[in-house]
Design a protein around this ligand. Structure first.
Ligand code: SER
Length: 338
């Protein structure tokens, strides 16, 4: 008998940390974790197995099919938006070909199990592309189907992989003589910028928020790479994990779409700084906008409409802006660097 597990790719990343801690502590889920980097020692005991390897390695993925009954795949591995611009073709390989490999693995697993395998995919506000700052200011809360013209490789990759997920769920091998009954149950969240008190993001463009906070907490000066009026939606990691798990457990028949916005609060970089300085009054924070990174932020929405998630699976964040800082970020970051 093959062991029933969930597979987490990109396990050592920010969402991976949050998800493994949560699933591992709540007990009965067996986790097979994968990452190209070694896994943090604190997460190892929470996993059934850790595999250091690449999602582009099809032989490795093939061996997983032989060994495990994978009931859910959390495909978190990805090269984020800023890093992807330095090597767009490599980012495309990891973000798109990697996702395709995992979707194929899900299809194969589904046919062995005789039921759809759940595929949880974090997409991003980077899937949007607003043509100008004026349009961004007027756009308000944008819906999933609006402004899908991303300007970054990462955003293009995310948007395309959303479509791949839909294809594998509904149309895979649609001309095959034998009816393909069991495929993939693809479920996708478009995350805003995420902020964790435990980990620091690398290679993203919403990183100025978490970087400002973690620098201040360590007494290091920080030069913010966007203007004070730059505005993006954000969410803290416990809410990101909550949304992933809520979407995973929602009854399929309730899900009227495959891709859902989720968000929590939308501060400007200046408002973010005010919150950070309130907690760390000696923090030295300056603004030195990087024009190209600023352009990316200007193309992303200031706010998104997450009412479809609320309607279909009861989504509501636990942390608004004040609670996020006062009850999660500040106390936990202070303890971390104490
Ligand atoms: N946080 C990501 C980035 O900045 C967006 O999903 O690239």
């Amino acid at each position: 008998m093959r062991k029933e597990v969930v597979l987490i790719t990109g396990a050592n990343g920010e969402i991976g940390h949050g998800l493994i801690s949560h699933l591992g502590e709540s007990g009965d889920t067996k986790i097979v974790a994968m990452d190209v980097q070694p896994l943090d020692a604190s997460l190892l005991p929470l996993c059934e197995r850790f595999i250091q390897g690449d999602i582009l390695d099809n032989l490795l993925l093939g061996r997983l099919v032989a060994e495990y009954d994978i009931r859910t795949i959390y495909h978190l591995a990805s090269i984020l938006s800023t890093k992807a611009e330095y090597n767009p073709e490599t980012a495309h390989r990891v973000n798109v070909e990697g996702t395709l490999n995992l979707l194929r693995l899900a299809v194969e697993q589904s046919s062995w199990q005789g039921k759809p395998v759940k595929f949880l995919y974090p997409s991003s506000i980077a899937a949007y592309g607003l043509p100008s700052l004026e349009v961004k200011k007027k756009a308000g809360k944008i819906k999933e189907c609006d402004w899908c013209a991303p300007t970054t490789m990462y955003g293009c990759n995310k948007l395309y992989c959303e479509h791949l997920g839909r294809y594998y769920s509904r149309y895979y091998r649609q001309l095959a003589a034998d009816e393909v009954k069991h495929t993939v149950d693809f479920r996708c969240l478009r995350f805003p910028g995420l902020i964790s008190s435990v980990t620091i993001p690398t290679g993203g463009t919403s990183d100025y928020g978490p970087e400002m906070l973690h620098h201040a907490a360590q007494g290091k000066p920080y030069a913010c790479f966007v203007r004070p009026d730059a505005k993006l939606p954000f969410m803290v990691m416990p809410d990101a994990i909550k949304s992933l798990l809520q979407l995973e457990s929602a009854p399929r028949e309730n899900l009227k779409q495959m891709v859902y916005n989720v968000t929590s609060f939308s501060p400007t970089a200046e408002e973010f700084m005010v919150r950070v300085k309130k907690a760390f009054p000696n923090a030295v924070i300056t603004f030195e906008p990087h024009p190209a990174r600023q352009n990316i932020v200007d193309s992303w929405p200031a706010d998104v409409d997450d009412s479809a998630a609320t309607r279909d699976w009861g989504w509501k964040p636990d942390y608004d802006e004040q609670r996020a800082f006062d009850e999660y970020l500040i106390p936990s970051i202070k303890a971390r660097y104490a």
